[in-house]
Every structure is written in structure tokens, then in C-alpha cells.
Design a protein around this ligand. Structure first.
Ligand SMILES: *Cc1c(COP(=O)(O)O)cnc(C)c1O
Length: 385
């Protein structure tokens, strides 16, 4: 299996849905914060599978756990119990302080579960979501995703109202007798790394308590140390009634979860929700090892420190087309007054992978294990171009 770049791209063009705009490189292997393409060229990865590879690519502890588990038990149905799911569930409840967990395989699936649970628990149908929110591509998650281009062809979707992000009063006004829940990202990712004011989530929590509305926090992108906390809700000290997470959960292995407070979770009884692969032994083994690494290597703290370092370095660039640099931990956005596509291309040619979101925001979500030297190199490449 040693296809050339052209052979690989040829097969993609011939056989695969053309739903992604892909960068013109084919990646072959990776280690830590470095990825290597089929021609042997190395890149510093400031994308990390979009906030997935928090512990770095192919972390030896995760690789080892996957290998060992694969030799023993890969998958059995949720018709049976497994040790791995039990251990991971306890670990996650300890980390998130939420009572109960439902395992799935992706972010959008976690959000689907959260929306279904909120509907069943409340007996109501409508959701309040934020402008520029991104919650996934399946039908329920898409209903609370804001972007017109993603939604339009699939309407009618489930009922949702969108209010400006970072405006708690707008949420108060939007809640009515049909509201099943409010769903928010604690920091908006796809929307352009939008960080709300310190009090926003606290005020939303109060409004939800006053009105008896369920609050769903979507931590699919912000989880597992990404923002300098285990979960971004910790910045505001509030709890969600229902929470979703996925991306960085399995150390690169597909994994997701929906969690809920005990009395909310109680609304899902036997047969109310299911997932064939959800929480299978292999994905749970990967997630257990991933959490171990985050703890053992102090990556939550490191994320906070390196995030500050990166923001300082980016601010030092001091270019007039930079509108704002913002972030928490290693979730950093650099908003430009120009489109960033060209910068992404030129950085890649010079060996740095960057992501552009909302057209003009360069998003930095590197592995939390990235070194200062690697960040320095990435910033100096930006400086050059
Ligand atoms: C990526 C993302 C999702 C969707 O996750 P998938 O695994 O791609 O389905 C949902 N919510 C947020 C906040 C995300 O960043």
C-alpha cells in the first residue's frame, strides 16, 4: 500500500462524495504535533484533526491500549456488559460531575441524544440555539446549527429559534411554553472561536433555572483540556443539565458521549435510545488511555499555559489586518480583516497546517502536547507570509 499522491487523489475524485474541500496533501503518518505526507514532507499540525488529537498523534499509551484491547475484545453489543465501558463511565462522571452517561460515536450523535432526551424530559418540542452555532450535520443537530448553507436544502427541520450569542436576555425572551431546552457551545468553535463574556453562561443558567428550562452544553470541541480546563463550563462554574462531548474523547479514536443529571437522565428508559457501536470495548479502552495521558502529562494546565504563550506570540506579530486574537487554552482564533484561505495555503507550503473558520478566522487547535519550539516555528512561518 504505497500509493502516490496523484493515485490517492484520483481515487478520491472517482469514488468518494465530493463533500469536503480538501487541502492538496495526502497524510501518511504522524507523531505528537507532527504529521508527514506521502512524499515524506513534515508539517507542524495546528489543526489536530480539528481539536481531536489533544494528546498528540499516535500517543504510545493510546496506541498500546488499542493494540492490547484489539487482541482481546473489539466489539460486543450493548446487549451485554463490558469492563471497559464500566471503567470509562465512572472516570467520566468523576471528571464532568454529571451523573449519568450514554456512549455514542461522534459529536452529532451525542447532540441527537441530548435533543431527544430534552424533548422526552420536557414534553416540549422547540429549542433555543445561538446564531453561528454548530452542533453537527444529522437532522436534529442540524436543526440547531445556524448556518443557512448547511440547513436550507433540508428544511423543514425540527423547530428552533436562534438568538445572538453572548446575549442572555435574548435567551430569556426566546424561551416560551414550547421550549424543550437551550443548547449552547461554551465557546463557539466553528462560528469563529467566539468567547462569551464571563457572566454569560451564569446568566443563562439562572434564566434556565427560573423558567424550568433544560440547559444543554455542547462540549464536543471544548472538552478534554482544550480550553485549559477539563471542560469549558468550568470557566464559568456552572453545570449543564445535559452535556455532549466527542472530538478529543478517544485520543483520535471515534468516540462520543451524552451526559445528564440524574433526574433528567431518568426520562430515558429501556429502549428509548441506542447505538450499535456506542461505547464498545475498543473505543472505551482508547478513551481510558487518553484520559490517563491527559492526567499524567498535566495537559490541562499545559493547554492553559501554552495558549497564553501562543496568544502573546501572535500578538507580537502586530499586523494591521489582524482584527482580534482571542482564546482560552489552546483554542485560539486570530480574526483577520481579510480572508484567510491564502494564508492557510502558504503556511502549508512552508510546513504548517492551519485551519480557517468563518472565512476570516485562523483557528489554532494544536495537540496540547505541542512544544514551545513548534509553536515558535508556526508563528515565524506566519510572520514570513
Ligand atoms: C464538531 C462539532 C460537532 C459535530 O461533531 P461530529 O463528530 O463531526 O459529528 C458538534 N458540536 C460541536 C460544538 C462541534 O465542534
Amino acid at each position: 500500500m504505497d500509493l502516490s499522491y496523484d493515485e490517492i487523489v484520483g481515487k478520491f475524485e472517482k469514488y468518494i462524495f465530493q463533500t469536503y474541500t480538501r487541502q492538496p496533501i495526502a497524510l501518511k503518518k504522524a507523531c505528537g504535533a507532527l504529521v508527514t505526507d506521502v512524499d515524506g514532507k513534515e508539517y507542524i499540525d495546528c489543526v489536530a484533526g480539528i481539536a481531536v488529537n489533544n494528546v498528540g498523534h499516535c500517543h504510545p499509551a493510546v496506541v498500546d491500549a488499542i493494540k492490547r484491547q484489539a487482541e482481546q475484545l473489539i466489539h460486543v453489543s450493548n446487549l451485554y456488559y463490558t469492563e471497559q465501558q464500566a471503567i470509562l463511565a465512572e472516570e467520566l462522571v468523576n471528571l464532568t460531575k454529571i451523573d449519568r452517561i450514554f456512549f455514542c460515536n461522534s459529536g452529532t450523535e451525542a447532540v441527537e441524544g441530548a435533543l431527544k432526551l430534552a424533548r422526552k424530559a420536557s414534553g416540549k418540542k422547540e429549542f433555543v440555539a445561538a446564531e453561528h452555532a454548530f452542533h453537527g450535520r444529522t437532522r436534529g443537530a442540524l436543526s440547531v446549527t445556524h448556518k443557512e448553507k448547511y440547513r436550507k436544502p433540508f428544511e423543514p427541520l425540527a423547530p428552533a429559534v436562534f438568538v445572538p450569542y453572548n446575549d442572555a436576555d435574548a435567551i430569556r425572551r426566546a424561551i416560551n411554553g414550547d421550549t424543550a431546552g437551550v443548547i449552547l457551545e461554551p465557546i463557539q468553535g466553528e462560528g469563529g472561536v467566539i468567547i462569551p463574556s464571563d457572566d454569560y453562561l451564569k446568566e443563562v443558567r439562572e434564566i434556565c433555572d427560573e423558567t424550568g428550562t433544560l440547559l444543554i452544553l455542547d462540549e464536543v470541541q471544548t472538552g478534554f483540556g482544550r480550553t485549559g480546563r477539563w471542560f469549558a463550563r468550568e470557566h464559568s462554574g456552572i453545570m449543564a443539565d445535559i452535556m455532549t462531548t466527542a472530538k478529543a474523547m478517544g485520543g483520535g479514536f471515534p468516540m462520543g458521549a451524552m451526559l445528564a443529571r440524574e433526574d433528567v437522565a431518568a426520562n430515558f428508559g429501556r429502549g428509548d435510545h441506542a447505538s450499535t457501536f456506542g461505547g464498545n470495548a475498543l473505543s472505551c479502552a482508547a478513551a481510558i488511555a487518553n484520559i490517563e495521558v491527559i492526567k499524567n502529562e498535566g495537559l490541562v494546565k499545559k493547554s492553559e499555559e501554552m495558549g497564553k504563550y501562543l496568544i502573546r506570540k501572535l500578538k507580537d506579530l502586530d499586523r494591521d489586518y489582524v482584527r482580534e486574537i482571542r482564546g482560552k487554552g489552546l483554542m485560539v482564533g486570530m480574526e483577520l480583516s481579510i480572508k484567510c484561505e491564502d494564508i492557510v495555503n502558504r503556511a502549508r507550503e512552508r510546513g504548517v497546517l492551519l485551519n480557517c473558520t468563518s472565512e476570516s478566522v485562523l483557528r489554532f487547535v494544536p495537540p496540547l502536547t505541542i512544544t514551545k519550539e513548534q509553536l515558535d516555528k508556526a508563528v515565524s512561518v506566519l510572520d514570513e507570509i
